[in-house]
Design a protein. Structure first.
Length: 263
């Protein structure tokens, strides 16, 4: 019967950027780390601690994401800042959010937080208080900021790297947290005030849904995962882009970089 060629949901430029990004991260962290990373799912098995928005519950969630991303929890200070603390924008350089967005989270280098008594200080990850209401977005924001801990805090990139923010989003896919960052890239949130009730679009991160969809398909193909069970957790838009990308990668192996086997 009639066949069809799946359409790639990203531009050729974005496809090449994602492929090159995986190669860059493989050189920086080792491709085996991606192969062996656990794909973290929004399930009770991966997040068994009850979540009631309390300080203790938030800390347990943060520590669990640290463990999944192999970040030493003791090396990072973790804070939740109130939404009205806009003056922090002037002194905290690495916000999770582009121009015109409210900051969902921030990262601060250890040396920028140091004092005369403790010149080394600690790296700081801080999360906007509104993120606490939505566990999916909270995990996504924490994962992105811990990506800064790995790439910037680890000296693997600098904030002058032109694409370090989208690379930080790609790192969350590389390390198995992509379900959360992809699903949070664009989410409809209900709002209500004294005069009206409705829905608004909430945007997080630097990669759009279609790029996340392709990146997740690339991640699965690199790990030789066909129809991975974890894809069921992807939002409808991301899942459609993931499925189209996965079919495209199968139909077009000549365009896919096949890494050398790991000895």
């Amino acid at each position: 019967m009639f066949g069809f060629t799946p359409k790639l949901p990203v531009s050729e430029e974005d496809r090449q950027w994602v492929n090159a990004g995986f190669e860059r991260l493989g050189r920086l962290l080792g491709r085996q780390r991606m192969i062996e990373s656990k794909v973290v799912e929004p399930t009770a098995e991966d997040f068994p601690d009850p979540y009631n928005k309390s300080a203790d519950a938030i800390e347990k969630l943060f520590a669990r994401v640290c463990a999944y991303m192999q970040v030493d929890r003791s090396a990072v200070e973790f804070e939740v800042f109130q939404d009205e603390t806009e003056e922090l924008r002037e002194i905290m350089p690495y916000w999770r959010g582009g121009a015109g967005k409210q900051a969902a989270g921030l990262y601060l280098h250890a040396h920028e937080r140091g004092s005369q008594d403790d010149p080394r200080g600690k790296m700081v990850v801080a999360i906007r208080s509104t993120m606490v209401k939505d566990p999916m977005s909270l995990v996504a924001t924490v994962a992105h900021e811990l990506g800064h801990v790995i790439l910037l805090g680890g000296g693997l990139m600098t904030h002058n790297t032109s694409d370090h923010e989208p690379m930080t989003d790609l790192l969350t896919v590389f390390l198995g947290l992509g379900i959360f960052t992809a699903n949070s890239a664009a989410r409809f949130k209900q709002f209500q005030n004294e005069r009206q009730i409705g829905w608004k679009m909430q945007l997080l991160g630097y990669l759009p849904e279609n790029v996340f969809g392709y990146a997740l398909a690339k991640f699965a193909s690199e790990r030789n995962e066909h129809k991975p069970h974890w894809a069921r957790h992807l939002s409808p838009n991301v899942r459609a882009d993931f499925n189209n990308s996965a079919r495209w990668l199968i139909k077009n192996p000549q365009y896919v970089h096949i890494p050398e086997p790991i000895s």
